[in-house]
Design a protein around this ligand. Structure first.
Ligand code: T4K
Length: 393
């Protein structure tokens, strides 16, 4: 058995293996779209490529309306505002901090609910506990592409006459119970950040089946300008526009997306096979009703007692091997500022969030990772575990 690099052995990999290394499309396909930008001299403000991208996204996501925007965080803010979210909005603490910030930034109070420890999405019983007369909406996050319990969440929202928005930043190309994910709730938000399964450098979109909501968001994305009469503003708006070069990247990525999905799936299966016998390391499996998955994240939970080393020491040991694993998501948003200071007692009501976030590790996958790297990563885990007595974590 090899000696772990952190204990003086040779690193397993010469070059670092990153989580979040971008998936790239065929360069020639991308450049053809870029040529069109140069030919048209149209760089932004709902140009021809953004309009084409929008139409292709509506088809790909099987949703009536899609508004491409500059990033997922702005997409959240626009959707929240258009849905008239104010006062208090319920969301999971177990998410990327952008979900909470998008509310707080607009002076809406994020009210954190706990997650299910099985699929790590927001727990409907926990939602009921934190509902108040001031609750104006629920944001469900399909964490790692795992769909929220949309039936229960929908029924809570109907009972209380509030809207549901889904943060589908991780769910591009996913389906639940054979329903394309963008059809859940009043609206969904996607992120096309460089690190995502599908990227447009930076970018995002709001999707909905509600025509007037889509139109409102479209206008708000461009300062509220009414597109029909120049210089007429109908809403308070912002600059949330996507650029033509982002649309070019998105359009090119659509050509490659199924091969990226297939590569991710093969990687996930290889991880499953390679780490199955390592005690104390368990892979989070996609839920049964996720009928189409993008396999974007490879997430494991580390059981300190069984593995013999705590999660953070393991992350350091992997880093010495040039495996740059990440803690998505640690800590829960309630442990971050400004929420930690505003709501110091949150930990009392978010046990599953604290338990999962203390154990979670996200492993590298995507185009830059192949079967060989995964076998190498599993060997690192085995050798670290084998040498557990030499660690103090
Ligand atoms: N909702 C949810 C549930 C989200 O997960 C996110 C974003 C959002 C909303 C907001 O959407 P956006 O406004 O971002 O569109 C990264 C991403 O920046 C963020 O988009 C993503 N979630 C989050 C989960 O991950 P960081 O702070 O961890 O990124 P960073 O800079 O540490 O990069 C991650 C790794 O990727 C690094 O190890 C290096 C590698 N990388 C990164 C970039 C940008 C590359 O190799 N090349 C690159 O170009 O947030």
């Amino acid at each position: 058995m090899r000696k772990p690099a952190i204990l003086g052995g040779e690193p397993a990999f010469k070059e670092p293996l990153h989580v979040g290394r971008p998936n790239l499309p065929d360069k020639n396909v991308f450049w053809k779209y870029v040529d069109r930008i140069f030919d048209s001299r149209w760089l932004t403000n709902n140009g021809p490529l953004v309009r084409e991208f929008q139409e292709k996204l509506e088809k790909f996501l099987h949703v009536k309306y899609c508004v491409p925007v500059c990033n997922g965080t702005i997409a959240l803010e626009l959707a929240e505002r258009a849905l008239n979210f104010k006062d208090e909005v319920i969301l999971p603490s177990y998410t990327f901090v952008a979900t909470a910030h998008s509310l707080q930034w607009q002076r809406i109070t994020p009210v954190f609910a706990d997650i299910s420890k099985f699929d790590v999405t927001i727990d409907s019983e926990s939602i009921k506990k934190v509902l108040t007369p001031n609750t104006t909406g629920i944001i469900g996050v399909h964490v790692y592409g795992h769909p929220c319990d949309y039936k229960k969440i929908g029924s809570i929202a109907d009972t209380h006459n509030i809207n549901v928005l889904y943060d589908a930043a991780h769910s591009f190309g996913c389906e639940v119970d054979n329903i394309p994910i963008a059809n859940l709730g009043r609206a969904s938000v996607f992120s096309f950040h460089a690190t995502k399964f599908f990227n447009s450098f930076e970018g995002g979109a709001v999707t909905t089946n509600d025509e007037s909501l889509a139109e409102q968001i479209r206008l708000m994305t461009n300062f509220g300008f009414n597109g029909f009469e120049k210089d007429t503003v109908d809403y308070l708006g912002i600059n949330g526009k996507m650029t033509e070069v982002s649309a070019a990247m998105g359009l090119a990525m659509l050509h490659s997306i199924e091969s990226i999905r297939e590569n991710n799936k093969q990687n996930f299966e290889k991880y499953r096979e390679a780490i199955t016998d390592i005690e104390g390391i368990s892979l989070i499996e996609p839920p049964q009703n996720l009928t189409k998955h993008n396999w974007q994240y490879v997430i494991v939970l580390v059981d300190r007692e069984q593995f013999g080393i705590d999660r953070d020491t393991l992350i350091q040991a992997l880093e010495a091997e040039n495996v740059l694993a990440r803690r998505y998501f640690y800590p829960g948003c309630h442990q971050m500022q400004p929420y930690r200071e505003c709501f110091p007692d949150y930990s009392l009501i978010l046990p599953n969030t604290d338990i999962i976030s203390a154990k979670v590790i996200s492993f590298p996958t995507g185009q830059t990772i192949g079967q060989e790297e995964i076998i190498g990563i599993a060997e690192c885990l085995q050798s670290i575990s084998h040498n557990r007595n030499h660690f103090h974590g």
